[in-house]
Design a protein around this ligand. Structure first.
Ligand code: SF4
Length: 495
C-alpha cells in the first residue's frame, strides 16, 4: 500500500486509496478473485434511492470521546441525526464499559444560512469555537466540514489552527463532507486522520502492557481475553479520553474488531509510531479465533499462553457449539452489514452449520491500508467455509436489497444495522439484529449468537402476523426485475 500522508488536512478518499467500490453483483469468490488480482471495477448506478454521509461516520468516532466537543460547520440539517450518538453513549456506557456517570455529548452546529454561503462562514466558525470552548471546557474540539462549507471554500484548517493558538487546546479540522466520497466509511478515515494529526503524541515511553483496540461501543471482551497475556486494552475511540488517545503511540500493538472501521488508524499508528498491527482479521468463527489468538501470542512472544487458551476454549465450548450445529443444520441464512462485519457474520453462519444463501453489504474494500491480505475476512471466509452466492454490494440501496430478499426467501436474515430487519419482517422472514459486534466474537460469541438465532427461528408468530398486514412500497414490476437492473457495466478504471 502507498504511504499515508498524515501531514495534510484532508484524508485521501477510499476510492483512491483502496480502490473501494459500491456496486457489485455476483459471488463472494468472484469478488475475492477480482479484488486479489487488482482488477476490481466499480458498477455505478443509473438510479439511486438514498445514500449515507461521511459526517455520521466521522462523528461516531469523535463525538463519543469522553471529553471532546464537536462542531458541524454547516446547515443545521447536517447535524440533525447526530443526537443519536448521545443516546448511544448513554445506553452503552454502564452495561458495556462500566462508566458510572456518562456525560451528555457536546455536539454543536454553526447553522450556516443562505447569506453565509454568499459572505462566507469563517467568522461564524471562529466565534462558535470560542463559545463551545467556554460552554463545555472540552479537552479538544473537532470541526467537521459539510457540503455547504466545502462548496463555499471556508478554510476550516486555518480557522482551527488560529483558534488552537488562542484557546491553547487541540482544535481539529475534519474534512468529511458528504460529496467528498461515495464510500461514506471514508468518514471513519477522516476522523482518525484528524486524531493522528493533532491528538496522538510521539511516544515518551513504550508501554508493553497496553494494546490499542480500535472498536465501536460494543461489550468489552478484550480486558478478560488479554488478562492471561498480562496486557490491557486501550479501547479507542468511543469512551476514550483525549489523554488516552495521545498515548496510543506507546502501545505495544494494535488490534481491530473490523478493518472497515479501523483500517486507516491501525496503519497510521504503525507507519508514524511503529505500533504493529496484528496480522490477521478479527476473531469471528472458530478458525479465525484460533488464528487471532495465535497471532496475538506471537506478537507478545507468548505462544504458549495462546495455545493454552485455545485448548481450554475448545474443551469448554465445542460441545455446546456442536449442539447448536445440529439444531441449525440446513437453515438458509442471508446476511446484511456494512462490509467486513458481514464477512464476520458469514463465518459464524459457516461455523453453525447453516447455509449462506447470500449477502448484501454496503461497500467493498478490495484491500486495507495495512496492505496485509490476512486482514481480508471475506477471502478467509471463502477459503475456510466455501463460496457465498448472491453476494451484492448494494450501497444501502434498499430497493435492490428487498428485491433480492424476496427472490431468495431465506429462513432467516442476520443484520448488523437497525432499520433493515423491517424489510425482512414485512416479507415474513424472521430476522435478527445484533448491533453489539463484540458480543459475536470468539467461541463465546458463536454460542450466544447461535442461541439468539434459535430463539428467533422458534418465535415467528409476530413476523407471520406482521407480514399478513404489511404493505410493500415497491411495485410488482420492480419485484420481477433483476436486482442489478440499475447497475451499469463496470468501468474500465475504478474511481
Ligand atoms: S454534509 Fe452533505 S451529504 Fe452530508 S448531511 Fe450535509 S448536505 Fe447531506
Amino acid at each position: 500500500m502507498g504511504k499515508l500522508d498524515v501531514s495534510i488536512p484532508e484524508v485521501s478518499i477510499r476510492e483512491i486509496r483502496l480502490g473501494s467500490i459500491t456496486g457489485y453483483q455476483g459471488s463472494a469468490k468472484g469478488l475475492v478473485n477480482e479484488s486479489g488480482c487488482g482488477g476490481l471495477k466499480n458498477r455505478d448506478r443509473k438510479f439511486q434511492q438514498c445514500a449515507g454521509c461521511s459526517i455520521s461516520k466521522a462523528a461516531c468516532m469523535v463525538t463519543l470521546i469522553q471529553d471532546a466537543a464537536v462542531i458541524i460547520h454547516g446547515p443545521v440539517g447536517c447535524a440533525s441525526c447526530l443526537h443519536e450518538f448521545n443516546f448511544t453513549y448513554y445506553v452503552n456506557a454502564k452495561p458495556r464499559r462500566g462508566i458510572d456517570n456518562p456525560t451528555q455529548r457536546k455536539i454543536f452546529s454553526t447553522n450556516l444560512k443562505e447569506t453565509d454561503t454568499v459572505y462566507g462562514g469563517a467568522n461564524k466558525l471562529a466565534k462558535a469555537i470560542r463559545e463551545v470552548n467556554e460552554r463545555t471546557n472540552a479537552s479538544a474540539i473537532f470541526v467537521l466540514s459539510s457540503c455547504a462549507s466545502a462548496i463555499i471554500g471556508d478554510d476550516i484548517e486555518s480557522i482551527a489552527n488560529e483558534a488552537e493558538e488562542e484557546i491553547g487546546k487541540p482544535v481539529v479540522a475534519i474534512y468529511c463532507e458528504g460529496f467528498r466520497s461515495t464510500v461514506w466509511t471514508t468518514g471513519f478515515d477522516a476522523g482518525y486522520h484528524g486524531i493522528v494529526r493533532k491528538l496522538v503524541k510521539p511516544p515518551v515511553k513504550k508501554d508493553n502492557g497496553l494494546i490499542n483496540v480500535i472498536n465501536f461501543w460494543g461489550s468489552d471482551v478484550f480486558t478478560k481475553w488479554f488478562e492471561p497475556f498480562g496486557v490491557k486494552p486501550n479501547l479507542i475511540t468511543p469512551y476514550s479520553t483525549v489523554e488516552g488517545l495521545a498515548h496510543a503511540s506507546e502501545a505495544t500493538a494494535t488490534v481491530q474488531i473490523c478493518p472497515t472501521l479501523g483500517s486507516y488508524l491501525g496503519a497510521a499508528l504503525e507507519q508514524e509510531y511503529g505500533v504493529p498491527e496484528i496480522r490477521t482479521a478479527a476473531p469471528y468463527g472458530i478458525i479465525q479465533t484460533d488464528r487471532w489468538f495465535r497471532e496475538l501470542g506471537k506478537l507478545l512472544h507468548k505462544e504458549d499462553v495462546a495455545e493454552k487458551i485455545i485448548k481450554e476454549k475448545k474443551e469448554k465450548y465445542l460441545p455446546k457449539i456442536e449442539e447448536l450445529r445440529k439444531r441449525l443444520k440446513g437453515v438458509r441464512a442471508y446476511v446484511t452489514a456494512g462490509s467486513a462485519h458481514g464477512h464476520a457474520l458469514l463465518n459464524i453462519v459457516g461455523d453453525l452449520g447453516m447455509e449462506a444463501v447470500g449477502a448484501s453489504v454496503f461497500h467493498h474494500d478490495p484491500t486495507y491500508d495495512g496492505g496485509d491480505g490476512a486482514a481480508d475476512l471475506l477471502e478467509r471466509r471463502v477459503r475456510d467455509y466455501g463460496d457465498v452466492p448472491n453476494y451484492n454490494v448494494c450501497a444501502k440501496q434498499e430497493f435492490e436489497f428487498v428485491n433480492v430478499l424476496n427472490r431468495i426467501r431465506p429462513d432467516i436474515l442476520l443484520a448488523r444495522h437497525g432499520g433493515i430487519t423491517l424489510w425482512a419482517a414485512k416479507l415474513g422472514i424472521p430476522s435478527l439484529l445484533v448491533e453489539d459486534e463484540q458480543a459475536n466474537m470468539g467461541y463465546e460469541g458463536l454460542i450466544s449468537y447461535g442461541e439468539k438465532i434459535v430463539e428467533t427461528l422458534e418465535n415467528t408468530e409476530f413476523i407471520e402476523n406482521l407480514s399478513k398486514h404489511a404493505s410493500n412500497p415497491y411495485t410488482e414490476w420492480w419485484m420481477n426485475e433483476q436486482p442489478d437492473t440499475f447497475l451499469k457495466e463496470a468501468k474500465t478504471e475504478v474511481i
